[in-house]
Design a protein around this ligand. Structure first.
Ligand SMILES: Cc1cc2nc3c(=O)[nH]c(=O)nc-3n(C[C@H](O)[C@H](O)[C@H](O)COP(=O)(O)OP(=O)(O)OC[C@H]3O[C@@H](n4cnc5c(N)ncnc54)[C@H](O)[C@@H]3O)c2cc1C
Ligand code: FES
Length: 435
């Protein structure tokens, strides 16, 4: 027997019209026997206003009937608890983990998560997608939630990624929280915008020997709207609904003007899990599940001169931003002065060079490629050395600039040190680290 809980869309729990009550729904499907037993169990409570229960025929479920139950605030914790306990008991399997109710944002959504499961994955199974870039390994620090029910201990990974004051406030990494109790949690409203999409691989292209461009057609359930700079999670086929799904974050490299066609640029990480699959095994026509959009990295509306700084596949979100700038100029908007510093090891590791040079004719834009490790025999009269050293050499005092950086954590940290030494304050530096 399976359960799924959720609030009716479009109804605000804080709204006066509810007189302090939250309407939540829990739909259960199961065999006729299970449903009859559930009805018997809840019938004593039907009259005290805690909840109503209505039986309906579920035409899609070959197992038989489904029960729809409307639960009101005063009683919802008890009602859902007893229904979920019933579900576990009805299975007749004492080994089966008990489901716990996770109340999200005061009852806007209620998820049910098996005990012992990481909160991040449990919420995911119920269609609540918390940003997560490292696949739940406690490295990226993006899967934060506020746990309001009670103080829970923090893991070592949480202590290293969450400040003491935030920990005091109940902030946790949802991938590190193993669910053992009913919980009430708070997440930013913007997280409800992320959804799951089906896509089909429409094109594959090698940008370098290590970086593959993947074009995905979004096939459903609708177009995927995003802002240039955001990322999606890309799932290894067949793992999206497994207990610990395998996915990684990839920045969208295409323009948001085409929400049905997404481009990502994936660098093969030797010894990695997802990127070697994408670079070596993905085929045209294959179906892929993605979720998103996620992330706050985006270009801010400003006339400050923009410094874009990319290392390798870190070009992806910056290329999306440049395409938006070009579209805006074509639509008559005045663009700000922009320079892209693009770092690669050797000449063959540079990509989109012609497209970037073409941007110099559309925008007030300079393209500065830099090679950190050029081959001795390779003719190259451009910049040489690590990108932070190149910035140090080329930039004067930064009084009226903004910087957008994307690439490895080491590269970004080194560049930020140079930018700050040149007078650029933290508030004008934006970055996305590929962890
Ligand atoms: C916001 C964001 C956006 C990103 N966008 C992009 C993008 O546009 N393009 C892109 O190419 N990448 C991007 N990344 C990086 C990407 O998400 C993956 O981290 C990258 O592709 C590696 O994933 P993987 O599964 O191949 O490697 P993983 O399996 O994650 O392994 C990574 C490395 O860790 C090592 N490793 C794995 N497990 C262990 C272990 N237990 N102990 C020790 N070492 C271990 C592996 O040998 C490997 O070297 C982005 C990351 C973030 C956070
Ligand atoms: S998913 Fe990365 S820290 Fe939790």
């Amino acid at each position: 027997m399976e359960g799924k809980a959720g609030k009716e869309p479009g109804k605000c729990p804080n709204s006066q019209q509810y007189n302090g009550k939250v309407e939540s729904r829990i739909s259960l499907s199961g065999t006729s026997g299970e449903v009859a037993a559930l009805e018997k169990m809840v019938s004593p409570y039907q009259n005290d206003g805690d909840y109503k229960i209505a039986r309906e025929k579920n035409g899609h479920d070959c197992q038989g009937n489904s029960v729809r139950c409307t639960v009101y605030r005063d009683g919802y914790r008890r009602s859902i608890r007893c229904i979920l306990d019933f579900v576990a008991a009805a299975s007749g399997d004492s080994e089966r983990p008990v489901q716990r109710a996770i109340t999200v944002n005061d009852g806007v959504r209620i998820a049910s998560v098996e005990t012992g499961r990481p909160l991040l994955f449990g919420l995911m199974s119920d269609g609540i997608y918390i940003p997560s870039a490292c696949g739940g390994r406690g490295v990226c620090g993006q899967c934060r939630v506020c746990i309001k029910t009670k103080r829970l201990p923090h893991t070592e990974a949480e202590r290293s990624l969450i400040s003491e004051s935030d920990r005091e406030f109940g902030i946790h990494l949802s991938c590190q929280v193993r669910v053992s109790l009913d919980l009430s949690i708070e997440i930013p409203w913007k997280h409800f915008a992320a959804s799951q999409y089906s896509t089909r691989v429409a094109g594959l292209r090698s940008l370098t020997s290590e970086i593959r461009e993947v074009t995905l057609d979004v096939t459903g359930p609708r177009e995927l709207s995003f802002v240039a700079g955001q990322y999606i999670q890309l799932f290894l086929p067949g793992t999206e609904s497994t207990p610990e799904p395998l996915y990684r974050a990839y920045s969208i490299a295409s323009s948001p003007s085409y929400p049905r066609r997404l481009v990502v640029m994936v660098r093969r990480e030797s010894g990695g899990t997802v990127s070697p699959y994408i670079c070596d095994h993905l085929r045209e026509g294959q179906e892929l599940v993605v979720r998103g959009p996620f992330g706050d990295f985006r270009m801010h509306d400003s006339l400050r001169e923009a410094l874009l700084i990319a290392g390798g596949s870190g070009l992806a979100p910056l290329w999306a931003m440049l395409q938006v700038m070009a579209e805006e100029v074509r639509a008559g908007k005045i663009s700000r002065k922009t320079t892209l510093y693009f770092s690669a090891r050797k000449k063959n590791d540079l990509f989109l060079v012609n497209e970037l040079l073409a941007m110099e004719k559309i925008l007030p834009f300079r393209f500065v490629p830099a090679l950190s490790n050029p081959r001795p025999a390779e003719p190259w009269d451009g910049e040489r050395g690590g990108i932070s050293a190149v910035l140090d050499r080329r930039l004067d005092r930064l009084d009226n600039h903004e910087a957008y950086l994307c690439g490895s954590a080491g590269m970004i940290d080194a560049c930020i040190r140079v930018l700050q030494a040149k007078g650029l304050s933290e508030e004008f530096i934006f970055f996305d680290k590929f962890l």
